[in-house]
Design a protein. Structure first.
Length: 480
């Protein structure tokens, strides 16, 4: 049938080959149950050996009792040899001897020359000893005749001695082991399937759903369905439900981030196309504003003074947007940089626009780092300007060593950042907590520091001020 093979390969074969999680759970369950059955089999095998031996002792007592009764009933008081051999076969022994108060009764085979390989005293037998002897018998290491001694369970005053065939005992134990083994396999398979069915529903099936959701999201994030995850999330508040809820939330956030990045890429592409013409227009506007400043009309000069910063901010916004929209990490050109001198250049540039603020440079003059001078200059100017625009009156630049990186610390005494911007501080176009801010400055600054192998983080903020930390490359000379 054409459908049979496909059904076998889809539904049956995965459980026969222990590669998938489902098959491993099934076979692990079966193996554990079989191991438990083997552990249970060992003492059970020892008990079965003891039971078989006690049965031989009891049957031997009955056989001798029957022989004595029949002997009294017939003339001459003796049973013929054929009857004695028949009683021995019925008792399952080779020879019998009963001792009571000095009197002895025996049943011996026609050939009384029996070779005894060992003696078993059932009265002193322990379960561990019986288990060991049973194992030897099953393995064929106890096949000779064995002398069994015990007090008769039918009459405590009578001592019974019987000779048994070790091969018969071994054969009986092997049959017993075979029956138990078949029963154990059936129990293991049935129990394994039941346990597997429970585990499959509670653990394996949820894992398949989670895996399918992850694979589907990787292939098509926009169209990956959340129905199965919603079903898992609605279950009891266990670890699987928590994982499903967290996975669904993560997919939502990633989907939103991918959508936002796609929009940013589209915006960047369009801005890059028009940036050249837009810069030319802004440059022309700036030239016109500069000429307007030379006019004698005070009203026009005031308008020009307002126009020039607006045009400069527009040009800067275009440049930042184009820089941020470029695909891949920012390109950097690394060279040895005296960090204190670079910081002084950034401080002087910012101070020329606002000479009132106090900026203290505590960076050691001997500190030389492998950096892109232009890009780190941009980051420092951005952080210092942000502090000044946040109404800080004092800014301090210093360095620390931590985790194999030089930490460049920019601290101010401003009022701190608003709580509403902390969660999205480094996200572009989400606002910076001040009017007219775009959020591009910190986003670009962090990308530049990460391109150097470090990171830009916010250490603290509050009424005491704000502290940003830049992790930079290892210094060629240690921090003084």
């Amino acid at each position: 049938m054409p459908g049979t093979g496909s059904f076998f390969h889809r539904r049956i074969r995965p459980y026969l080959i222990p590669r998938s999680l489902s098959a491993r759970v099934l076979w692990l369950t079966v193996e554990i149950i079989l191991l438990v059955e083997i552990v249970i089999l060992m003492p059970s095998l020892g008990r079965e050996r003891e039971t078989w031996l006690w049965d031989r002792v009891t049957d031997a007592h009955l056989a001798v009792y029957s022989e004595a009764t029949e002997a009294k009933a017939i003339q001459g008081g003796m049973l013929d040899s054929q009857t004695q051999q028949y009683l021995l076969r019925l008792s399952g022994t080779e020879a019998i001897k009963l001792v009571q108060s000095g009197s002895v009764a025996t049943l011996m085979p026609a050939d009384a020359n029996l070779q005894i390989a060992g003696t078993i005293n059932l009265d002193n037998e322990t379960i561990l000893g019986s288990m060991w002897q049973a194992d030897l018998a099953v393995l064929g290491l106890k096949d000779g005749n064995q002398m069994v001694e015990a007090v008769s369970p039918l009459d405590k005053s009578m001592q019974v001695q019987v000779v048994i065939d070790g091969a018969a005992l071994a054969s009986h134990l092997r049959i017993y082991v075979g029956h138990i083994a078949m029963l154990s396999v059936v129990i293991a398979l049935v129990t394994g399937l039941l346990v597997f069915a429970a585990l499959d529903r509670r653990l394996v099936r949820p894992m398949r759903i989670l895996t399918a959701s992850i694979v589907g999201f990787r292939k098509d994030p926009a169209r990956a369905g959340l129905t199965s995850l919603e079903w898992l999330s609605s279950r009891s508040n266990d670890e699987v439900a928590v994982a499903a809820r967290e996975l669904a939330a993560m997919q939502d956030e990633l989907r939103a981030a991918l959508w936002r990045n796609a929009r940013l890429a589209a915006v960047g592409t369009e801005v890059a196309k028009i940036s050249h013409d837009l810069r030319n227009i802004l440059t022309s506007a700036l030239l016109v504003a500069d000429r307007l400043q030379e006019t004698a009309d005070p009203v026009v000069r005031r308008a020009a003074n307002t126009l020039i910063p607006a045009v400069e901010r527009a040009a800067e916004l275009v440049s930042r947007t184009v820089d941020f929209a470029r695909e891949g990490p920012p390109a950097i050109t690394v060279g040895p940089v005296v960090l204190r001198e670079l910081a002084d250049e950034a401080v002087n540039m910012v101070r020329s626009a606002d000479p009132v603020v106090t900026i203290e440079n505590l960076i050691p003059g001997s500190l030389i780092l492998p950096l892109d001078r232009t890009q780190i200059y941009r980051v420092l100017v951005n952080l210092i300007r942000n502090a000044i625009e946040a109404s800080a009156s004092r800014i301090t630049l210093s360095t620390e060593m931590q985790g194999g990186l030089v930490q460049l610390v920019v601290a101010d005494n401003g009022p701190g950042l608003p709580k509403k911007v902390l969660d999205k501080l480094f996200q572009p176009f989400t606002g910076t907590g001040r009017r007219g801010g775009t959020g591009l400055g910190l986003a670009i600054a962090r990308d530049l520091i990460r391109a150097h192998g470090g990171d830009l983080t916010l250490r603290s903020t509050g009424s005491h001020g704000t502290v940003f930390v830049m992790g930079l490359a290892i210094a060629e000379e240690p921090v003084s």
